[in-house]
Design a binder for this molecule. Structure first.
Ligand SMILES: Nc1ncnc2c1ncn2[C@@H]1O[C@H](COP(=O)(O)OP(=O)(O)O)[C@@H](O)[C@H]1O
Ligand SMILES: [Mg+2]
Length: 268
């Protein structure tokens, strides 16, 4: 089904420790082009650290990250993004409060491309329109609801037409309705635009509904990796624990970091 046998993203032997705290011991993960891979794990498991390594925001201690066969290059620099081909949607949106929604979306185009000002305006407006924010370009983040801020962040992540989008807990902190809306949006946009995605989440239901593959990060390793059907069939006690908790979890507002029912189950 996939056009190329080479995964768009291939992570091998990734290691990251902070002092003697080994967060990622040895991570291997392949993300085929055009797929959504969800990385599940309890709070503090290292999901954000993993995603930041992929984005070039954290320099790993060892291992290789290949994007379309090329090293994503984290040679000791502060921020060496893997080019406009990868975008990162931060857990807290990371919108700039002093810029309007339009300016937030236009910023990566101004910073990473040599497009003309007219072209930047037209692309940024197009991205806002696509996310139903056409009338809100002049609003500042503080004037927008949480769900709308998330959509602005999504527009900003997609405006550079990335090949791969890295989502860190995309629905954390949203009320249930906004949460569903944002998640539907991600799935629909991915169908329309055809990007590949890695979604880090502690929400099992989201992971199973939206992903082609699910990986479970635990103790610095990928403990399980497979399609949602294998996840449902797995006899791994931690996987079945997650499955059992999913029903209860779905009734809760996601994103109360560290005190979610999921984290509670993991820690017992
Ligand atoms: N810059 C840092 N310096 C030291 N420790 C860090 C740093 N970033 C993350 N950690 C630690 O790494 C672990 C994993 O964090 P994180 O990836 O944020 O977990 P989560 O799975 O909840 O996203 C935590 O124990 C956290 O305290
Ligand atoms: Mg995190």
């Amino acid at each position: 089904m996939k056009s190329s046998s080479r995964p768009l993203l291939k992570v091998s032997g990734l290691r990251k420790a902070f002092g003697d705290h080994v967060v990622l011991a040895r991570i291997d993960l392949s993300v085929p082009r055009g797929t959504i891979v969800s990385v599940l794990g309890r709070s503090g498991a290292g999901k954000s650290v993993f995603l930041k390594c992929l984005a070039g925001l954290i320099v790993p201690d060892a291992g290789q990250i290949l994007l379309d066969g090329r090293s994503s290059g984290t040679s000791g620099g502060q921020r060496t993004p893997s080019g406009p081909r990868a975008s990162f949607l931060f857990q807290g949106n990371a919108l700039l409060d002093s810029l309007t929604a339009f300016e937030n979306v236009a910023l990566p185009l101004a910073q990473t491309t040599s497009l003309s000002p007219d072209e930047i305006v037209s692309r940024a407006e197009g991205a806002l329109d696509r996310l139903g924010l056409g009338a809100f370009g002049r609003h500042y983040p503080s004037q927008l609801s949480g769900g709308m801020q998330k959509r602005v962040a999504l527009a900003r992540a997609l405006v550079t037409e990335p090949e791969i989008v890295l989502f860190d807990e995309p629905t954390a902190g949203l009320d249930p309705l906004s949460r569903n809306a944002v998640f539907e949006l991600i799935v629909r946009l991915r169908q329309d635009l055809g990007f590949t995605a890695v979604i880090v989440t502690h929400d099992v239901v989201e992971a199973l509904e939206a992903s082609d593959r699910v990986a479970l990060l635990d103790q610095g390793h990928i403990r399980f990796e497979g399609d949602p059907e294998s996840f449902m069939a797995s006899r791994d006690p931690m996987v079945s624990d997650l499955r059992d908790s999913a029903g209860a979890l779905a009734r809760h507002v996601a994103g109360i970091t560290g005190v979610t029912p999921l984290a509670g189950r993991f820690l017992t």
